[in-house]
Design a protein around this ligand. Sequence first.
Ligand code: SF4
Length: 267
Amino acid sequence: MLDVLAAGVDLDARVATDPLRFPRRYREAADVEVAAAFAAALAFGRVALFGAVVEACLAEADAHGGPAAYADLLAADPARPAFAGRYYRWLTTPDLRALFAAFGGVRAALGGLAGAFPPSPEPGATLAMGIATLRGHLGPDASPALRSCFPAPDGGSACKRWCMFLRWMVRRAEPDLGLWTHLDPACLVIPLDTHVFRVAGFLGLRRGTVAGWRTALEVTAALRAYDAQDPLRYDFALAHLGIARACLGRRDPAVCPTCPLDTACRA
Ligand code: SF4
């Protein structure tokens, strides 16, 4: 069932609409890391809106040697302005600059963003350490809005954006990037967005009624029954079922009979 769903996804077409398209355009690992982290941090709300901001900011970075070089430049020169006129919802121009500079700070301290995410056999522990390290490099003047982009799993948040970032960086199979081979895909936690949360309920993969951290762990554990080594194998297909509106979130006689999940769906 899930294999049929995943096999039916037009990866090129779906990636073109996904924030994963931003890191995929770079060749150097350092640029991929920074572009991925920046795109993930802004990946809330409508993809067309945050995508336009990510696009513009990365174009500015590209004009200064690429995302990694620009992050290093902004970290080394706190007075240097950046991203003039760019903002996204409650994230201001200084927030976007501080975010980029934080990635430069992590790179200076740890040699790369990968160093912020040490391996751990406990699902979620790597994520928690990484988020804490990134948050710690925002600086003392970081706004509450910017800090809210770095929630702690033990606060209950599903940490969807950073789970998604880790999926991109760690999973070895398409459409993900597989750059961080120091981490095991088996220890990833699913990015529990509204689409995955809803379909997971339809498939009986969760009992939790809140799209928080505990439910993310519950859904991930259920998906291990399908692939223990790569529990996030079906995440992209599940998420894009809703994003592409191939699932309307309810039974629909025109849609459900052709859905690969139809026989198992309890909607
Ligand atoms: S069978 Fe229908 S309601 Fe269930 S996941 Fe598929 S499209 Fe959605």
